[in-house]
Write a protein that binds this ligand. Structure first.
Ligand code: ATP
Ligand code: MG
Length: 145
């Protein structure tokens, strides 16, 4: 199968757009005929990345978040980008239970959740310029269902 498709959605960093992003990625991914469980995984991972962009990237300020997705055959790739404060130590930030906001009852599990539900998670970030989270997940061909 050589299916290829792409989309990009840009939205303001307000909490209402966490659920908007979940719906958008689900509506795009559904053409791959994922299982209910695969769709739930993708929505959860995207939601964590978008929440991070809003609460950490822009932290009290407003900016735009870009959600980009590509379907290449059986693989869905997703990118969530902000132009916020960035992360100085990405490896440390990705450690389970690491959070810079324990006082907000954050558990530091967002990146761990993304890694659990997606096949690959890569983060690039420049302090002062922003962060991009790239994730991909293989969706088994429709014949399986
Ligand atoms: N887009 C981002 N911009 C700036 N910093 C970020 C961004 N995403 C994550 N971080 C930093 O990485 C840390 C870890 O992120 P992670 O999502 O794993 O945990 P959390 O958001 O603190 O808690 P939780 O996701 O469990 O509510 C954050 O506390 C924050 O310091
Ligand atoms: Mg988080």
């Amino acid at each position: 199968m050589n299916r290829h498709n792409e989309m990009e959605t840009v939205f303001l960093s307000v909490p209402e757009n966490e659920s908007f992003a979940r719906v958008v990625i689900a509506a795009f991914a559904v053409q791959m005929s994922p299982t209910v469980s695969e769709i739930a995984d993708i929505k959860t991972a995207v939601s964590e990345a978008v929440t991070n962009a809003i609460v950490h990237g822009y932290e009290g300020t407003r900016g735009m978040v870009t959600l980009r997705a590509v379907i290449d055959g059986t693989v869905l790739s997703v990118e969530v980008t902000d132009q916020g404060r960035g992360i100085s130590n990405v490896a440390q930030a990705m450690e389970p239970f690491y959070t810079t906001h324990p006082e907000q009852e954050r558990s530091g599990m967002g990146f761990a959740v993304m890694q659990t539900f997606m096949d690959e998670v890569n983060v690039t970030s420049t302090p002062g310029s922003g962060t991009t989270v790239r994730m991909c997940k293989r969706i088994a061909p429709e014949a399986r269902h």
